[in-house]
Design a protein around this ligand. Structure first.
Ligand SMILES: N[C@@H](CCC(=O)N[C@@H](CS)C(=O)NCC(=O)O)C(=O)O
Length: 195
């Protein structure tokens, strides 16, 4: 087995894959990409987005495809919960993180609409309200659970954390004290990320 990951630090999709690889106990060779120079990514994978996983002669772009490949090739290794319904829900949460949290946080961090236009103050306020609603949902979830499923972090936790942690890292924004259970879960996830 010779896994290699093309990635860069500030990319949440890459963080999702890095943390999943760690959770699965899979070692990999790291190739850090300059976000301004995609030539190596394009040469290797035929497209410009990271992350890209290379496993011997296989080249796999797209974080969700990479994770499905890893599970199919190497087994679940703690990334997925036991039941099939919970496994399906884990993938659904992973998709939610990519499709809801990702664009929302991207707009807030760049202060731009998804089309690249500067955010008007009213639009920014609306996005902040949407983020607050996500926090409220997650607070309720973690008020009743240690992790999304079971006692140990899995795919669903990793996916949500990969995006929320961008706000802390790129904007020094902390989750408010009004969401104590979400904060406690976040601290547990930070410990996994620091391992
Ligand atoms: N759907 C892709 C999205 C990956 C993605 O958007 N990566 C960003 C970095 S976080 C990127 O490479 N952007 C470069 C660009 O848009 O040109 C995935 O899940 O891997």
């Amino acid at each position: 087995m010779a896994l290699r990951l093309l990635h860069f630090d500030a990319c949440p999709y890459c963080e999702k894959v890095r943390l999943s690889l760690r959770r699965m106990g899979l070692d990999y060779e790291s190739t850090v990409i300059d976000p301004e120079d995609r030539s190596a990514v394009e040469r290797i994978s035929g497209q410009r987005l990271v992350p890209v996983l290379i496993d011997d002669d296989r080249v796999i772009p797209d974080s969700s495809r990479i994770l499905r490949y890893l599970v199919a090739r190497y087994g679940e290794r703690g990334l997925l919960p036991a039941g099939t319904a919970e496994q399906a829900l884990s993938w659904i949460v992973e998709d939610y993180a990519d499709e809801v949290l990702g664009p929302l946080l991207h707009s807030l961090l760049r202060d731009r609409t998804p089309e690249g236009e500067p955010l008007a103050p009213r639009d920014r306020k609306e996005l902040e309200k949407q983020l607050e609603a996500q926090y409220r949902n997650l607070e309720q979830l973690f008020a009743g659970r240690t992790c999304v499923f079971g006692a140990e972090p899995g795919l669903a936790d990793v996916a949500v954390f990969a995006f929320l942690s961008r706000l802390a890292r790129q904007d020094s924004r902390e989750i408010s004290a009004g969401f104590p259970h979400l904060r406690a879960w976040y601290a547990r996830m930070e410990a996994l990320a620091a391992r």
